[in-house]
Design a protein around this ligand. Structure first.
Ligand code: NAG
Ligand code: NAG
Ligand code: NAG
Length: 614
């Protein structure tokens, strides 16, 4: 028998290769509050990078009064002696037009006005279209970033901005783009409009407490949007690809998808929203209270409004500043919201017992936690599972898996995860094992489950330990919880295990030195047989315990089993889960789930729908 420690080498190598992702995503993990607010920024600071460039992209059409109000407000802002460029994109009227003479005159007046408008902060550039392209092309063609230090602030012509807007945005860029420990590649910009809209159907009311100044929200704001270069470039490429392949930006459950179905390519936001949903990106928003914002839309009659609706908010200016306007809190102090305006918690990675305790407390629901083991499960299958969790409003789960880029990505999208090797290293579990190297994976998987189970029971929470080769299909997929006559349930055909939290209070199930005894048992079982599972070892272990009530759970009594041969099955009434053998090929799994109608992801693994729950 060879000591495991000498065989840790491959595992450590793996850790090192993954370290890149770790530092990339987790430079300030966990996202905990720092007690120091940023010092008052000194706005005469050097530019963050010699290539730093700020361009205003003003999208105009046929509204001279609106345009002149917008330009005047832009020119009245404080630019801190920075060079700031102004690019005006003027759309053409639709041809042919019965009233061409009048339209030509209007266009001339707009061009004359823009030509005569003095812009003393940088270069002024006018892009006058030859035909009507509409808002989608106006936005999308307005910008192709020429470097990672070029930023675009897009305003439509019926906006008016605060004189403070640039100082605010520059400060924001310094704090959330250039400060490496306080920036994330999945933040795509900042909206200066007052947040008002929740696009997910049946989503939460947009409500923030009065102390919140900044927060993150997935939705793009079209009334004064700062765009960061890298995500915008990604979006343009993604749009190109989808457009070329004839893929529509449909996202079920979103109000914006209804708009798209009605007016199609006139608008661009459904495309951007779909992209953001697929990637899991976020936008920074302000909350200045009393309906105030740094950018206000006058909602003049035009493409978006049949008749003028008037300003949507009040302009925030120096005179109305009675709070710490410039304080840019650390990212870890800000709240994050999805398209349902549901708060999510990105980057919740559990790497120690202590962290597990606090994550358990926050994810548990009615003192129940579901652990989902993702070992050996294909990414598409996992994505499909998580979409079902979202649509069933199951939120009390923690994912367990081997360290991978995919798992870190799930964490940053708001799923709580346990990275097995990190966790086991932190609890010193590797010391316990003396087995052959080829079993490291099997043993790691079993051991991490035992640790989390024990911690869970210590906290008096009931827990389900399940594998990714099952799919919940009802709101209460796991039923036996209410039968109090048993402490544990072990599944017969899948890796399903249940432990009742209250049992632990009544009796000492584990005894002293539980983990090392359990590890010894794992080792001795492994010597005798090649393949063992957590449920199997647990059942063996519990057999030796007096007074512990274990029951067998027949999954077929409440679940549908699928396999290689049964085609075109139907769910039938009362089925709560669908499950399949662990070694079933993932393309067959996908096929079977499609037949039943429970394959709910797109080819790029994103959920087909956003499902909000109030
Ligand atoms: C801000 O920077 C300028 C130029 O470097 C300097 O003169 C000024 O004292 C600084 N102000 C503060 C409040 O630090
Ligand atoms: C960068 O962000 C961190 C975390 O929020 C903060 O503690 C630090 O002061 C910031 N650095 C600068 C130069 O502002
Ligand atoms: C399964 O259903 C599909 C679609 O309804 C059908 O085309 C196919 O023939 C069915 N297969 C079997 C074996 O019944």
């Amino acid at each position: 028998m060879v000591g495991l420690k000498t065989h840790l080498v491959p595992l450590l190598l793996f850790s090192l290769s993954a370290l890149f992702f770790f530092s990339y995503f987790h430079s300030s993990l966990p996202l905990l509050s720092s007690p120091h607010p940023n010092p008052n920024p000194n706005f005469t600071l050097h530019p963050p990078n010699p290539d730093f460039t700020f361009i205003i992209k003003l999208l105009a059409y046929n509204r001279l009064d609106s345009l002149s109000r917008c330009l005047r407000s832009l020119a009245a802002a404080d630019y801190l002696s920075d060079r700031v460029h102004l690019h005006v994109h003027i759309d053409h009227f639709t041809l042919p037009d019965d009233d061409a003479d009048l339209k030509l005159l209007e266009s001339r007046r707009i061009l004359d006005f823009v030509d005569g408008f003095e812009w003393r902060f940088g270069e002024k550039l006018v892009h006058y279209r030859t035909a009507n392209v509409g808002l989608q092309a106006q936005w999308l063609e307005a910008w192709w970033p020429s470097s990672d230090h070029e930023f675009a602030f897009v305003v439509e012509d019926d906006l008016e901005v605060s004189p403070l807007y640039y100082k605010f945005l520059k400060n924001l860029i310094l704090n959330y783009y250039y400060n490496a420990s306080n920036s994330r590649p999945y933040i795509y910009g900042a909206s200066l409009q007052r947040p008002r809209f929740v696009p997910g159907k049946h989503g939460n009311k947009l409500k923030l407490d009065d102390r919140t100044r900044l927060f993150l929200y997935q939705l793009v704001g079209t009334w004064g949007q700062l765009l960061f270069p890298k995500p915008w470039k990604e979006f343009r490429l993604w749009y190109d690809k989808n457009k070329a392949k004839g893929i529509k930006p449909y996202l079920d459950g979103m109000v914006t998808t209804g708009w798209y179905k009605k007016i199609g390519e006139k608008i661009w936001t459904p495309w951007f929203i779909k992209f953001i949903h697929t990637r899991g990106y976020f936008n920074i928003y302000t909350n200045f209270l009393h309906e105030r914002a740094l950018s206000v839309s006058h909602r003049d009659a035009g493409v978006n409004y049949g008749k003028t609706a008037g300003p949507d908010s009040h302009i925030l200016d120096e005179s109305s500043l009675e709070f710490k306007f410039w304080d840019m809190q650390p990212l870890g102090d800000l709240k994050w919201y999805d398209f349902c305006f549901r708060e999510i918690f990105p980057e919740r990675v559990v790497a120690s017992l202590e962290e597990l305790g606090s994550v358990l407390n926050s994810v548990q629901k009615h003192n129940n936690v579901i652990f989902v083991s993702l070992f050996g499960v294909k990414e598409m299958v996992i994505s499909n599972l998580l979409c079902h969790f979202e649509s069933l409003n199951l939120r009390n789960y923690i994912l367990i898996g081997p360290e991978s880029e995919f798992l870190f990505d799930l964490a940053r999208r708001g799923h709580s995860v346990i990275i097995t090797n990190r966790f086991l290293e932190s609890v010193g579990a590797y010391e316990l094992l003396t087995v052959h190297n080829s079993y490291v994976q099997v043993i790691s998987e079993i051991l991490v489950k035992v640790y989390v189970l024990q911690k869970c029971l210590e906290s008096r929470y009931s827990s389900w330990v399940v594998d990714g080769n099952m799919l919940p299909v009802s709101m209460d997929p796991f039923v036996v919880e209410s039968d109090p006559s048993y402490d544990f349930y072990v599944g017969t055909s899948s890796e399903l295990f249940f432990a009742r939290g209250s049992s632990f209070a009544e009796k000492d199930v584990w005894g002293t030195d539980f983990i090392s005894k359990f590890a010894m048992m794992v080792n001795s079982l492994l010597v005798r047989q090649q393949s063992i599972s957590f449920g199997y070892v647990m059942a063996k272990f519990l057999e030796l315990k007096k007074g512990v009530r274990v029951n067998i759970l027949d999954e077929t009594s409440f679940g549908l089993r699928i396999d290689n041969s049964n085609v075109n099955q139907s769910l039938g009434d009362g089925k709560k889960i669908v499950f399949w053998p662990k070694d079933m090929a993932s393309d067959i799994v996908q096929k079977r789930l499609q037949e039943i109608g429970i394959w709910v992801i797109n080819d790029d693994s994103s959920c087909k729908a956003v499902v909000c729950h109030r």
